[in-house]
Ligand binder design. Structure first.
Ligand code: SAH
Length: 362
């Protein structure tokens, strides 16, 4: 269905691309060509699609809607930061002059892309650099898919996993996130199981996510990661101001419902802040809180950000926290700190460069 405001091509499947070509007075097979060039070849602009008639290419280049770089809907790279371990952070420009971060993380046999779902974020978690600048807007489907294609082009490898752990709160942009997942699976051949959606929790949103995922994707097989970060409501509210409106018991109850509807286990993320939530008593309370829950806990040692003076956890405290959970039969892993030399904490690159970007520099 193409009506009203024009849509960028990225995000469309074959039938929609065929229809778009027909509306442009072209034969439908051009849509299949566009599909190949957009997704398999990763073309940035339609004038690079050399199989299209030259006159049509010129006409398209001259009629790009305002606020886009091209009909494809692709972004432009503003900055690239490559860490010694290969972790590559890209700052991408949207057509309307905003910037977002996306990160490619190579490990053994994987290439994970950490994508943003919003420009900025309204959740204002205290330890998070993105939250300091508030929300500018949510991203559209093409802007999410573009991040995966941009990392693929820059790193010269096919992404195996996508995690919605970049800027933004995915559950506040649910429709575009699900549509982007449909596109990654349908057009780029990824499997839902290779995709993770991470949320800090939005009241009423989890059952809605399960239901909408079933409707849009036929099943909900992506991994849901819930940023828990504290074993009790008081401490959680201290770190996550929005938790005030969403008691931890209600959040866990919604997680249980999500597991019941989707049959998938949930993973909990827990940022370790030195002295604040990383002590044995916190680990014991966490184990009690999620006892009997089909889940996995991912411990994330805090990456310091400029605006806050939280401490990094000591290696001994991280090890002890992990051991306390393991002794209580909680499945647990510790996220290796990757790319620390490349403005690792989410949102840091953009904040450091925001002056330069606003001034139009690189
Ligand atoms: N809004 C979503 C997704 C974005 S944050 C959510 O909160 O889950 C993705 C993960 O990065 C979260 O688990 C978050 O806690 C973590 N994170 C944010 N700032 C961090 C920092 N300074 N150090 C380490 N992890 C951080």
């Amino acid at each position: 269905m193409i009506s009203g405001a024009p849509r960028p091509l990225l995000g469309m499947g074959k039938p929609e691309l065929e229809q778009w070509c027909q509306q442009q007075g072209q034969p439908p097979f051009r849509g299949r060509q566009l599909h190949d060039w957009l997704y398999a070849k990763g073309v940035q602009r339609l004038d690079q699609v050399t199989v299209l008639p030259a006159a049509w290419r010129q006409q398209l280049a001259a009629s790009v809607p305002p606020g886009w770089f091209d009909w494809t809907g692709r972004s432009q790279e503003l900055h690239r930061s490559v860490a010694r371990d290969g972790t590559t952070k890209l700052l991408l420009a949207t057509g309307d002059g905003l910037s977002i971060e996306t990160v490619g993380i190579p490990t053994d046999d994987r290439l994970t892309v950490c994508v943003s779902s919003q420009v900025g974020c309204p959740m204002a978690c205290r330890f998070c650099a993105t939250g300091k600048g508030g929300l500018q807007r949510s991203l559209a489907v093409h802007e999410i898919v573009d991040q995966v294609l941009s990392v693929r082009a820059v790193m010269g490898a096919r992404p195996s996993h996508v995690v919605f752990m970049g800027m933004g709160e995915p559950l506040l942009n649910l429709d575009a996130v699900l549509e982007a997942i449909a596109c990654l699976c349908g057009e780029l051949g990824m499997a839902q199981r290779q995709i993770t959606v991470s949320t800090v929790g939005v009241p009423q949103a989890l059952p809605h996510l399960a239901q909408r995922a079933m409707e849009r994707l036929g099943r909900a097989q992506f991994t849901l990661a819930v940023s828990l970060h504290a074993p009790d409501q008081r401490l959680r509210e201290e770190l996550i101001p929005t938790a005030h409106a969403y008691p931890i018991e209600a959040l866990l109850e919604d997680c249980r419902q999500y597991v019941a509807i989707t049959g998938r286990r949930v993973s909990f993320e827990y940022i370790l802040l030195g002295g604040l939530n990383d002590q044995p008593r916190h680990a014991e309370a966490l184990a009690r809180l999620i006892r009997g829950f089909q889940s996995h806990v991912n411990l994330i040692p805090y990456n310091p950000i400029a605006e806050e003076s939280f401490a990094r956890p000591s290696p001994a405290d991280v090890a002890a926290f992990r051991q306390t959970l393991e002794q209580r039969h909680v499945a647990v892993s510790v996220r290796a700190s990757r790319g620390l030399d490349a403005d690792a904490a989410c949102g840091q690159l953009r904040r450091r460069l925001s002056g330069a970007v606003a001034a139009g520099g690189h």
